[in-house]
Write a protein that binds this ligand. Structure first.
Ligand SMILES: Nc1ncnc2c1ncn2[C@@H]1O[C@H](COP(=O)(O)OP(=O)(O)OP(=O)(O)O)[C@@H](O)[C@H]1O
Ligand SMILES: [Mg+2]
Length: 247
């Protein structure tokens, strides 16, 4: 359904002790939308993403996912079920070093979703093919480049059939020559209709691939617009000066 709100954030605040990191954030994300979040270091981007899948507990406010308020009393017992619908890809790939690629990919679907091993392996091979790594199923993480590891980490998330994919600077730990291969995978994913929220320093990705870009600074949303508009006509002085520095 076009325009369907998959995630709604209402008046979200998050403090760590006395440090207010997120201040009254309200924003919606639509199904199939690709949204980039940009902003200066320490502005709260990672904290915001982590609140979305409740890796951090919001101090106040609401997060509605498919219409269910994840912050409401009584939802905490369903958190794992909600989280399974949100894939998360981090800067550090967090693969299990003692397992080969196939095992990394199939462990969770088999154990958590009760998927048959054979179906999980078939699905893994299909997805590996889509990211150009069909021949690396038997490799161990130590035998892979950073770009390959990150593509595997993306596949690992996809194995769980997420409704939304959250990315926190997925290319920041990579050597420059490997950034492109990961961005290409993300671009294909975006084109396939995946709903994606991407914290990124890659301004070209934000501008060219994402539908919308949010500038998060000082714990609140300074600007939130269609990407081409935000980059062509930044309004907030803080965004103008941020773009001056990074472009
Ligand atoms: N677990 C925590 N305990 C205390 N303070 C924290 C914690 N996590 C984050 N912070 C603080 O919250 C603020 C926002 O951090 P956050 O990591 O969300 O920023 P960011 O926008 O992702 O920055 P970067 O671009 O450097 O990744 C920072 O001042 C940080 O020190
Ligand atoms: Mg961060």
């Amino acid at each position: 359904m076009a325009g369907e709100k998959i995630l709604r954030v209402v008046d979200l605040c998050k403090s760590f002790h006395r440090l207010e990191v997120l201040r009254h954030i309200s924003v919606d994300f639509e199904r199939n939308e690709v949204v980039s979040i940009i902003g200066p270091s320490g502005g709260g981007k990672s904290t915001f993403l982590r609140c979305l899948n409740l890796l951090e507990t919001p101090t106040s406010g609401h997060i509605l996912f498919d219409g269910v308020d994840l912050c409401a009393k009584g939802q905490s017992k369903h958190i794992d079920a909600h989280r399974q619908k949100m894939g998360m890809v981090f800067q550090q790939f967090n693969l299990f070093n003692n397992m080969n690629v196939m095992k990394n990919l199939t462990a969770a679907p088999v154990r958590i979703k009760g998927m048959a091993k054979e179906s999980a392996e078939a699905k893994a091979l299909e997805l590996l093919g889509r990211v150009g790594l069909a021949d690396r199923a038997d490799a161990y993480p130590s035998q892979l480049s950073g770009g390959q590891k990150q593509r595997i980490a993306i596949v690992r998330s996809l194995m769980m059939d997420p409704e939304v994919m959250l990315f926190d600077e997925p290319t920041s730990a990579l050597d420059p020559e490997m950034i492109g291969e990961v961005l290409d995978v993300m671009k294909n994913l975006a084109e396939s209709g995946m709903t994606m929220i991407v914290v990124t320093h890659e301004m070209r990705f934000a501008r060219e691939v994402s539908d919308r870009t949010i500038f998060l600074d000082g714990g609140h949303i300074e600007e939130d617009k269609p990407s081409h508009e935000l980059f062509a006509h930044p309004e907030s002085p803080r965004l103008v000066s941020f773009l001056d520095k990074v472009l």
